[in-house]
Ligand binder design. Structure first.
Ligand SMILES: Nc1nc2c(ncn2[C@@H]2O[C@H](COP(=O)(O)OP(=O)(O)OP(=O)(O)O)[C@@H](O)[C@H]2O)c(=O)[nH]1
Ligand SMILES: [Mg+2]
Length: 275
């Protein structure tokens, strides 16, 4: 079975969706292209919405990484909310030379908070819970002489958010792109072999080894070595299936919140008894 075929039957705990958000022209697509293909294009084509998939084989397990490259325009609130609800981890990209783009990521951060707070269950504004791994990405640092957003502002913005980090990069010169994904996968507790430098890139026809026979195409001897393939012509999951995912997650989240409330009630009760 090819690695891509294996991707189809990946267990859900190993399937991850990365959602990349930010204003137009901040370099979202450029960062993704660097990560997937290690290329950079100076021309600009606005993205409507792009979907990429990379499948990995790491220590005998298959992992599937889906990447949703969102439009900077994000015209429909419902579509935006759906992309938030189906993301397992997020990159919020801004241009260090453009303050408006930084203000825009602040708004996105707030919107994400709303999706992942108690408000979802009991309409009380509260601190974020189960906030997914998120990285604030300052791109275009190759134009540092034009910088208007200071790194200290980003650190202040993320203070008190344990699952968030901040990285400055240049997609153009491939500065810190690896670090960005190392940080992201660390936060998401994903295997480090998924970062570009730590696995071998293979072609879609790559044959995965059979445990029984030890036959592994031409890579049989390197059974422990991590490898990854970009699925060509991958189709974005339908809106219906995204809605189903969002719905299931909401139920899980609500279940978690109920459980938290119950546990804290029990704790409160036991505290009372002690007093
Ligand atoms: N100098 C410099 N230019 C960059 C960098 N990253 C992207 N660009 C350029 O900025 C422009 C926009 O990049 P995109 O990646 O298309 O931006 P985007 O955020 O995907 O834009 P939308 O799809 O419209 O939301 C392109 O011309 C890129 O070549 C960078 O790090 N440095
Ligand atoms: Mg784009």
């Amino acid at each position: 079975m090819s690695l891509i075929d294996r991707g189809e039957s990946t267990v859900s705990k190993n399937c991850w969706r990365l959602v990349v958000l930010g204003s137009p022209m901040v370099g979202k697509s450029a960062i993704i292209k660097r990560f997937l293909y290690d290329t950079f294009d100076t021309s600009y084509t606005p993205t409507v919405e792009d979907f990429h998939r990379k499948i990995y084989k790491i220590r005998r397990q298959t992992y599937k990484l889906d990447i949703l490259d969102c439009s900077g325009q994000m015209p429909f609130p419902a579509a935006r909310k759906l992309s938030y609800m189906t993301g397992d981890m997020f990159l919020l990209v801004y241009d260090v030379c453009n303050r408006d783009t930084f203000e825009a990521v602040k708004v996105i951060l707030e919107q994400l908070n709303e999706c992942f707070t108690l408000a979802a269950t009991n309409n009380t504004k509260s601190t974020p819970v189960m906030c997914p791994p998120l990285i604030l990405v300052g791109n275009h640092i190759d134009k540092d002489h034009k910088r208007v957003v200071l790194s200290t502002e980003c650190l202040t913005l993320l203070a008190g958010r344990p699952s968030c980090a901040f990285v400055e990069v240049s997609a153009k010169y491939n500065l810190n792109i690896d670090d960005l994904f190392v940080r992201l996968f660390e936060l998401a507790k994903l295997p480090m072999e998924m970062t570009p430098a730590r696995h071998r890139k293979v072609t879609p026809s790559y044959v995965v080894s059979s445990r029984k026979t030890g036959i592994c195409g031409f890579f049989s001897r390197k059974i422990s070595e991590a490898c990854g393939v970009i699925q060509p012509d991958v189709r974005r999951p339908s809106v219906t299936s995204d809605m189903q995912t969002a719905f299931e997650r909401e139920i899980i989240r609500k279940g978690f919140m109920q459980w938290k409330r119950n546990t804290s009630k029990k704790n409160d009760a036991s505290k009372c008894r002690v007093q």
